[in-house]
Write a protein that binds this ligand. Structure first.
Ligand code: HEM
Length: 475
């Protein structure tokens, strides 16, 4: 009896010692990096905060404290380096071997499996090669019609002050050939499920025990998470099944009124007809790629006099009521700068992660095997060594001061860059240009831009400045 009790009590101690021992080498090497001191078991998890805003503020706080340079931190036994130095960015993003995603992406596996975003090694290489033609210039041009149709619906909803989910409609309508009409069906369980699952995944990343698949089953939010996951899995599987059915029956061209009637479903059709190693994709592989594109293709893509003038110049003053052509969209240069500036301050993908499967020497430092490299794309945009007066919204800055190739990378760079970059930019330009032609766009009074051109959210400021400004704003 006593032996069992003692063994039971000693177990946690044994486990902690075991893990600490296993980490000695990594800890020793990572201690050479600047960063906050850590506690046993939790690392720095207790300092992270409980909401996405608190977590962002914590990261920015450390970033300022450590000279706007890289720093290391620990979430339980997961060691991380927050990478913000352009030299590190260049090494990591250009590497042909450092392509494995960080352990944070494991949290998406139950939902996305190992699709293009999360897979690595030869599977990723083969699938990237197979999918790349689906984003060819000519295919994008065909998609533009669908983007215009959905943008028109979006504008109608904006006029009623009820605009939502445009990007989800566009990715389903173009890449999958399925009209889910999320804009008009806001209470749809699928639409809500996309929002819920991404929130849960983000928050799990900062909890040492919820990161673990088994321990997470005991978390209070687990039953809701399982339901959400099933909703998304069923939705994706249904899309694939219906498309296969339509292809089998050879009815693609006949059922014009049906929701699966579009002829140009480049992405899903590419997947269904492509071979890898001489065989068709398995149903699991199909599931992984389709769910990956539904996620990447909609959660990422969501003013002023000069913009309006450009619309008049390009479209002609009498053409403001019609859709812009593909060609016209590509000549809207000021709109390009505007989008670039918005992505600098509010990048759709603020962080991306890599995992070191061996030791690497980066810019003279040894980064040990087993380290998560968290690439702070968000921090790059706030670096005043690169962007003068970074809190000022100035689209023209990209004409004057061109950042280096690894100083501004909202779509990432190198072999694992965003495969949907051109699709995304076309979609954003299509909808934003239409908004400008239909509405007078003014700076948001207290949300985005203040009268003197400074953004008035306090994101990215050093903690003391942020505190005093926050107090001022909330007066
Ligand atoms: C403003 C919109 C978008 C931004 C800022 C963006 C940004 C990014 C970034 C930073 C990555 C690298 C992720 C990483 O290394 O973990 C990425 C990858 C990816 N993006 Fe996008 N993205 C956008 C829109 C899209 C769209 C519309 C699609 C699909 C139609 C898409 C599909 C993908 C895929 C599949 C990957 C993984 C590529 C690979 O690993 O080979 N993205 N994106």
């Amino acid at each position: 009896m006593w032996t069992v009790l003692c063994a039971f009590l000693a177990l946690p101690l044994f486990l902690v010692t075991y893990f600490e021992f296993g980490l000695l080498r990594r800890k020793r090497m990572l201690n050479k990096f600047q960063g906050p001191s850590m506690l046993p078991l939790v690392g720095n998890a207790h300092q992270m905060g409980k909401t996405p805003t608190e977590i962002l503020n914590r990261f920015f706080g450390w970033w300022h404290e450590y000279g706007k340079d890289n720093f290391r931190y620990w979430i339980g036994y997961h060691s991380n380096i927050m990478v913000t130095s352009p030299k590190y960015m260049e090494f990591i993003l250009s590497s042909q071997t450092l392509i494995s995603k960080s352990d944070v992406y494991d949290l998406t596996h139950p939902w996305l499996g190992l699709g293009l975003l999360t897979s690595t090694g030869s599977k990723w290489h083969k699938h990237r090669k197979m999918i790349t033609p689906a984003f060819h210039f000519n295919i994008l041009r065909d998609f533009h019609e669908v983007m215009n149709e959905n943008s028109t619906k979006f504008i109608d909803q904006l006029k009623k002050e009820e605009a939502h989910y445009l990007t989800l409609d566009v990715i389903c309508d173009t890449a999958m050939g399925v009209s889910i009409n999320a804009m008009e069906n806001r209470s749809s369980s699928v639409v809500q499920a996309f929002k819920d699952i991404t929130y849960t995944i983000k928050m799990r990343a900062f909890s040492p025990w919820k990161r673990n698949e088994y321990l997470f089953r005991f978390a209070p939010e687990y039953p809701e998470y399982s339901k959400t996951l099933k909703t998304l899995q069923d939705f994706t599987n249904q899309i694939i099944a219906k498309r296969i059915e339509v292809r089998k029956s050879g009815l693609e061209d006949d059922i014009k009124a049906d929701e699966f009637s579009r002829k140009k479903m480049a992405f899903l059709d590419t997947l269904l007809s492509s071979t890898v190693d001489g065989r068709l994709l398995t149903s699991q592989e199909l599931y992984e790629e389709v769910s990956t594109f539904m996620f990447e293709g909609h959660d990422t893509t969501t003013s002023g006099e000069k913009l309006f003038k450009e619309q008049c110049d390009v479209m002609g003053a009498s053409g403001l009521g019609r859709d812009a052509t593909f060609q016209e969209i590509s000549t809207m240069k000021h709109l390009d700068l505007f989008i670039k500036e918005a992505q600098r301050l509010y990048p759709s993908v603020p962080f991306i992660g890599r995992f070191t499967e061996k030791d690497y020497v980066i810019d003279g430092d040894i980064v040990p095997k087993g380290t998560t490299l968290n690439l702070g794309l968000l921090m790059l945009g706030y670096n005043d060594r690169v962007f003068k007066d970074p809190h000022k919204f100035q689209p023209e800055r990209f004409d004057r001061e061109k950042p280096g190739p690894f100083e501004y990378v909202p779509f990432s760079a190198g072999p694992r860059n965003c495969i949907g970059q051109k699709f995304a930019l076309l979609e954003i330009k299509t909808v934003v240009s239409k908004i400008i032609r239909n509405f007078e766009v003014l700076p948001a009074l207290d949300e985005l831009v203040s009268k003197d051109g400074y953004i008035s959210t306090t994101l990215g400021l050093p903690p003391e400045e942020k505190k005093s400004l926050d107090a001022h704003i909330h007066k």
